[in-house]
Design a binder for this molecule. Sequence first.
Ligand code: NAD
Length: 288
Amino acid sequence: MIAKIINGLKIAKKIQKKIKKKINERKKNGLFRPGLAVILIGKNKSSKIYVKNKKIACKKVGLNSKICKLYESTPEKKIINIIQDFNKNPKIHGILIQLPLPKNLNTPKILRKISYKKDVDGFHPFNTGLLCQRNPRLRACTPLGIMNLLKEYKINIKGLNALIIGASNIVGRPMMLELLLAGCTTTITHRFTKNLNTYIKHADLIVIAIGQPNFLHGTWIKKGAIIIDVGINRLKNGNIVGDVEFNSSYLKASYITPVPGGVGPMTVTSLLQNTLYICENYYDKKNL
Ligand code: NAD
């Protein structure tokens, strides 16, 4: 069996085109332009690249973006004041804090200061709670992007045994809730899981997000499994690879996402989608 490659770049472009069209229509109808604020704290190289890419994506679809760069030594109180200013700013509809934060900062405490209505990353406990209760509004970007990929490829996942490898707050846990909501029977594993292979060999759908290059080998997976690779790992030679050993998995899976060009472009697209969602649902209608 040779897997069908899920082309995240193509789908991301398609969704971004729709977003751009909607933003243009807003302009024609005299509605305000959506605005996104991104807060970058410290000097993490990957974070700088991600923020730059987000700024480019905003520009492409016609969204206003404001990047706020802060030193690692910025006191927590000052960061919270900045967030609160953005919460009140009528030109800003989405607020994102680029993670990971420097170790001296209390990440959950800072994230909770973003108004749940401007929580474009879907990490606020209110939004996570709504997803948990099967009533999602603002949804975490990477899992939302993956759900969009599955939808675009018309992959019927209802009733599948879905395995999520990696249990982080930003990918694994919300991914589990999304798949549960979509009718999968979900299992989530992590670094303390014993006999990981037992779970892998029974899984119809695997989403892996652990940050370990080429970890999941094709010989471990079930024939015809759907493989979604979230990992982004930079090798010493500069190449970027995922958490899945692609060549062996490609020969056994039914669908597979490549790295790069799979999940990554969808994450940025979800961010644009969520910013627009906030404008349409919290500001245009004022009914939520
Ligand atoms: P994290 O470090 O916060 O969490 C990793 C999780 O993997 C933890 O739950 C840990 O217990 C688990 N884990 C580690 N080793 C394991 C093992 N051997 N077996 C089973 N579980 C194991 O990481 P994260 O922020 O969720 O990111 C994971 C990867 O996904 C990274 O490579 C990151 O760069 C990438 N990522 C990509 C996107 C994207 O848009 N494509 C978005 C976010 C993160």
